[in-house]
Design a protein around this ligand. Structure first.
Ligand SMILES: Nc1nc2c(c(=O)[nH]1)N[C@H]1C(S)=C(S)[C@@H](COP(=O)(O)OP(=O)(O)OC[C@H]3O[C@@H](n4cnc5c(=O)[nH]c(N)nc54)[C@H](O)[C@@H]3O)O[C@H]1N2
Ligand SMILES: Nc1nc2c(c(=O)[nH]1)N[C@H]1C(S)=C(S)[C@@H](COP(=O)(O)OP(=O)(O)OC[C@H]3O[C@@H](n4cnc5c(=O)[nH]c(N)nc54)[C@H](O)[C@@H]3O)O[C@H]1N2
Ligand SMILES: [Mo]
Length: 591
């Protein structure tokens, strides 16, 4: 029996006891006593890339690594995805520093929202799950916990549950209150709720006097928006606002915000507005209260892989400017926005190297393919963006397949005659040594049971900064007309928000894929029919699946669906250099 941790990109970061002789027999060290089907099932059922290859011809690992070393003598970019969440993934940054290569900056994931949190709080601290446990009310805002964060579910038991989501998700169906908000309007909802809190004199003046003294300016800011027009825009009425406020004004309230509210150019404003609402209600730093988002797992750690390299955008990467591109642990041809652009760029790269586990649209186009070891086959350390436990990942299996990121780096250092790489244990210990060593295990040094109780900023001596600014120039329809040459009438009749959340049986583009678009039956399409869906960025065909759970102004295509990112825009958020997958409207045509 060997202790390890799950390496999949998910906030749960579960501990595992593995029976090496009987994999996939795994026991879970989790609060539910169970592991998710992604790990138990999909992970072991998905065929691996077993052999290295160059130009579609199988070669030995030595030959493949020789070719990589040769290719890295040219102008090189490292584009790393989040296929494995262990800290050792970043060891390849040391290689790129030595060869004068380029790395990426920004995020496909939580970048815009994170920037909004930094505006208000100065630093993004993780809300410990035990505060959720102590809450009376949990508001889940643009986050699909029963799919994406399943080990949080037991903490919601017995709580009053409010869900704010344009989709009637499984979680929304069991909520005490579901606000089926219009997509991309959460910023306004947060501001309106704050404004009504002030109007009803239920703002927490005492707390704000100490920690957030600029609250009167914030109240003035909320009054620059017109109530009636905004309610109309959100598709809500005063009754909905009253219902929401009743829950928000209870004693212990936790708000769990997800990626859904921030897949837009204005995503940072939304997180900042939600935080400002929370400050009005005095929800920071108190037992049973707090705002959870995707936390900064490396906060407070010194990173041995921190390097000084040139960087280009992770979201709108100019791949064609490089002669060599190393894709590690990611699938940019499918996971990045605007697949048409990405594929066109990737095809201009002389040496595209794919270093990963599975075949996909990126591996297919690669000149050199290097199979990786999976997380049962190598040593690592797992941090989490949802809690503070730190887990050593121990090798459970010996396997002939693939190579670890550390070995890969070591092999290329040797081939290029580079010096200065420490041994693997040095880096692993570098992380582990910085943790608090408790009886129940290792814990991140920044753990705080009730974050921000002393104040905001790095030193916790700053005040909370309220949002005081908002600009939005989203104009999609104009472009749509140009791209598809559709008549005004047709566009008017058929323009839908694209909602593209995570799927149950996939982890981003890993594991089970899909080919469906989910539509409200009122739109007039038939179950199973094929439709062409287009945006100003591109088109793709999908199979219709009807669902009453979706608004009539929206369509849902999950992140694991083949072709979804042909529709999404290659733009970065105004702050945080994040991707904006939902900053787009689409039209549907029968095939
Ligand atoms: N099973 C599974 N688990 C995963 C993943 C996976 O692919 N599969 N991916 C992992 C990763 S990388 C991440 S980053 C996390 C993300 O986990 P989540 O934060 O839960 O992210 P999403 O599933 O993208 O979106 C969450 C919800 O936002 C809603 N939403 C969409 N647009 C809006 C909007 O404008 N306003 C509001 N209020 N809601 C909106 C969607 O309907 C959806 O229910 O999950 C992780 N866990
Ligand atoms: N439409 C739409 N697009 C999205 C999203 C969305 O919600 N909707 N979500 C975005 C988000 S939040 C994220 S985080 C990104 C994720 O996008 P990516 O980071 O590109 O992740 P994946 O597409 O899951 O690809 C991960 C790859 O990592 C490889 N891999 C797994 N384990 C290892 C390992 O140990 N070593 C190595 N070298 N490789 C490994 C696998 O081969 C797999 O193909 O996608 C984004 N794209
Ligand atoms: Mo993500």
């Amino acid at each position: 029996m060997i202790q390890t941790a799950c390496g999949l990109d998910c906030p749960d970061a579960c501990g595992i006891t593995a029976d090496a002789a009987h994999l996939p027999r795994l026991a879970a060290n989790t609060n539910t006593g169970a592991l998710c089907s992604l790990l138990n099932k999909e992970f072991f059922n998905t065929p691996r890339i077993e052999k290295p290859r160059i130009d579609d011809v199988e070669v030995s690992m030595d030959e493949a690594l020789d070719a990589v070393a040769e290719a890295l003598k040219k102008k090189s970019l490292l584009w790393r995805g989040s296929g494995h969440f262990g800290v050792m993934q970043e060891v390849t940054d040391l290689l790129f520093e030595k060869i004068g290569g380029t790395l990426t900056r920004g995020s496909l994931c939580d970048g815009a929202g994170n920037a909004g949190i930094l505006e208000g709080r100065g630093v993004n601290r993780t809300l410990p799950p035990e505060q959720v446990e102590k809450a009376d009310v949990v508001v889940v805002w643009g986050r699909n916990i029963s799919t994406t964060n399943t080990h949080m579910m037991p903490h919601l038991e017995g709580k009053k549950l409010v869900v704010i989501d344009p989709v009637r998700t499984a979680l929304a169906k069991r909520a005490d209150l579901h606000i089926q908000i219009a997509p991309r309007s959460d910023f306004y909802l947060a501001l309106m709720l704050a404004r009504f809190t002030f109007m009803e004199d239920s703002e927490k003046v005492e707390w704000m006097e100490e920690f957030a003294p600029e609250y009167e300016e914030f109240y003035d800011f909320t009054r620059t928006f017109r109530i009636k027009a905004i309610l109309n825009y959100m598709g809500l009425d005063l009754g909905d606002m009253g219902d929401l406020l009743t829950y928000l004004q209870e004693e212990r309230v936790v708000i769990l915000v997800g990626n859904g509210v921030q897949k837009y150019s204005t995503g940072h404003y939304t997180l900042w507005a939600i935080d400002s609402l929370a400050a009005t209600l005095g929800l920071f730093g108190k037992e049973g209260c707090g705002i959870g988002y995707l936390g900064d797992s490396k906060l407070g750690f010194e990173n041995p892989f921190a390097v000084n390299c040139k960087r280009v955008s992770k979201v709108v990467t100019p791949f064609s400017e490089f002669e060599t591109v190393l894709v590690q642990g990611g699938n940019p041809a499918e996971s990045m926005p605007d697949s048409g652009r990405v594929i066109d760029e990737l095809e201009q790269v002389e040496n595209l190297i794919y270093f990963g586990l599975y075949e996909n649209e990126t591996s297919k186009r690669a000149k050199i393919v290097i199979p990786a070891k999976n997380f049962f086959e190598k040593e690592d350390v797992r941090l989490s963006y949802g809690h503070h436990a730190v887990r050593k990942m121990n090798r459970v299996l010996e396997s002939d397949i693939g190579i670890s990121e550390y070995e890969f780096t070591q092999e290329i250092f040797r081939r290029l005659g580079l010096k200065g790489l420490e041994d693997e244990q040095y880096y692993i210990d570098f992380w582990l040594k910085q943790c608090d060593d408790l009886e129940e295990g290792l814990r991140s040094p920044t753990y705080d049971a009730a974050p921000y109780r002393e104040g905001f900023g790095e030193e916790e001596d700053d005040e909370f900064i309220f949002i005081d600014d908002f600009e939005d120039d989203f104009e999609n329809i104009k472009h749509l007309r140009k791209y598809r040459k559709l008549s005004d009438k047709k566009i008017k009749k058929a323009e839908y928000w694209l909602i593209t959340p995570k799927a149950k049986h996939a982890l981003n583009t890993q594991f089970r894929r899909d080919n469906r678009i989910q539509l409200h039956p009122g739109l007039g399409y038939d179950e199973g029919e094929k439709v062409l869906v287009s945006s100003e960025h591109g088109s793709h065909e999908f199979i219709v699946h009807l669902s009453e759970d979706i608004r009539e102004d929206s369509v849902v295509i999950t992140a694991n669906t083949i072709g979804v990112n042909y529709l999404t825009p290659a733009i970065v958020s105004e702050e945080g250099e994040g991707a904006c997958y939902q900053e787009v409207k689409v039209v549907i045509e029968r095939c």
